[in-house]
Ligand binder design. Structure first.
Ligand SMILES: Nc1nc2c(ncn2[C@@H]2O[C@H](COP(=O)(O)OP(=O)(O)OP(=O)(O)O)[C@@H](O)[C@H]2O)c(=O)[nH]1
Ligand SMILES: [Mg+2]
Length: 394
């Protein structure tokens, strides 16, 4: 059996639904929906319309209120919409209720992210990790997802939703989960051996929100071709390259980007990929400074790092894409944008000693970036190889 949790083929027309309230004022809620639209586009779908409702908390039965639901229903029917995507996680009963009214595919942000990850995963390791995350997502929702999925092409089966079948399917999914976990242990063991076999070298990891330019910087620093693209989650597997600056070698890792509301099952099952970050001696936290909400993105990255158990690894903050805020027309567009000197001062004042402002595409300030990486890597390198220092090899 292969679970093919709802996918979004490129031909599909979708609508997006989110809430605004005192947690998410209208500006922020709109930005979240913009990001959801970018996720949908990355999945290959076309967004026809977005709906935003002012509601303190999601309606227990249908996420949005009755009136809004009726409005969405009319639109879905008139425009022949294929799927409705909600910005927050839906419970299984919400999915069922919404499906009854809207009569089309119902997805939430987590499912969409899982979908993108499964399209992007290239290695056996990341494919297994994503598949595990999908089954883990599915298991608690199986009761009602069953009807949901069984109506759709690529669902997990085509039989009716009788209790007995449901029990059988729960068992099948549980068996599958334990099988995948076993498979992952084996793969993890191999990659651990590989990591151990690497030369003892200082390890540096590129970390950041998705689409900030991590892979572009990786390419620049290591002169390789990591896959970079203006889509979310271009990178799902990690890539490790040896980089040498002024004769000091170190290993640089480029890995999966973070995003708000990253499904927990994904964090769990990507544990071994995230080990690359956990084992790093230095974190390069890349920020897209041209993004209007870059500070919220930074916060999400720091929270996710804490969630995966990374607290004290030294960091360099790399503010990337300065070409976009230097560009005159962007400034006119976004008058609140930013005096870089001011920003640097305020970060230093807040105890962040190392920050660099760069553009990976027009290669500005890359020399400064390399110098600040070197300043951090050098002492660690000589701590591993003290004799080199003693004999004055460098
Ligand atoms: N204007 C501008 N664009 C940049 C810069 N750096 C990267 N980009 C663009 O930003 C987009 C995303 O770059 P990636 O390097 O794929 O970003 P990433 O952080 O690896 O993204 P994920 O792997 O999806 O998490 C691409 O279209 C890049 O060309 C920069 O300094 N300036
Ligand atoms: Mg990338």
């Amino acid at each position: 059996m292969k679970v093919n949790i709802i996918t979004v083929p490129s031909t599909e027309k979708v609508v997006l639904v989110g809430l605004t309230n005192h947690h998410y004022p209208i500006e922020i809620a709109k930005e979240h929906l913009d990001e959801l639209e970018f996720l949908a586009k990355t999945s290959g779908a076309r967004t026809s319309k977005t709906f935003l409702q002012k509601l303190d908390r999601p309606d227990r039965r249908t996420f949005v209120g009755k009136g809004k639901l009726a409005e969405i229903q009319v639109y879905v029917q008139e425009e022949g919409i294929d799927a409705v995507i909600f910005d927050d996680d839906l419970s299984s009963s919400q999915v069922r209720n919404l499906e009854k009214v809207l009569e089309c595919k119902i997805l939430d942000r987590s499912l969409l992210i899982l979908n993108i990850f499964s399209l992007r995963a290239k290695t056996a390791q990341s494919q297994t990790q994503v598949e595990l995350a999908q089954y883990e997502y599915l298991l608690p929702r199986l009761t009602n997802m069953w009807t949901h999925l069984s109506k759709q092409k690529g669902g997990i089966g085509m039989r009716g939703p009788g209790e007995k079948e449901l029990e059988t399917d729960r068992r099948i999914v549980r068996d599958k989960i334990s099988l995948l976990k076993k498979k992952l242990v084996k793969i993890d063991h191999q990659s651990l051996t590989r990591r151990k076999a690497r030369e003892r070298m200082v390890r540096v990891a590129l970390v950041g929100y998705t689409n900030v330019g991590k892979s572009t910087l990786m390419n620049l620093l290591s002169k390789t071709e990591a896959f970079a693209e203006n889509k979310l989650f271009a990178t799902v597997d990690s890539l490790v390259r040896k980089v040498v600056i002024n004769q000091i070698p170190f290993l640089l890792t480029d890995t999966v980007g973070f995003i708000r509301k990253l499904p927990h099952t994904l964090i769990e099952s990507f544990k071994s990929t995230l080990d690359e970050i956990r084992e790093a001696d230095l974190i390069l936290h890349v920020v897209d400074i041209s993004h209007p909400y870059f500070e919220e993105q930074m916060e999400i990255v720091q929270t996710t790092l804490r969630e995966i158990g990374i607290q004290n690894t030294p960091q360099i903050l790399i503010f990337n894409k300065i070409d976009r805020i230097n560009a005159k027309d962007t400034k006119e567009h976004d008058p609140h944008l930013l005096d870089l000197d001011q920003l640097e001062k305020s970060y230093r004042k807040n105890g962040q000693q190392d920050c660099v402002f760069v553009s990976a595409t027009d290669k500005s300030n890359i020399k400064e970036l390399k110098q600040s990486i070197l300043d951090k890597v050098k002492p660690k390198h000589f701590a591993i190889y003290p004799n080199y220092l003693k004999y004055g090899i460098y």
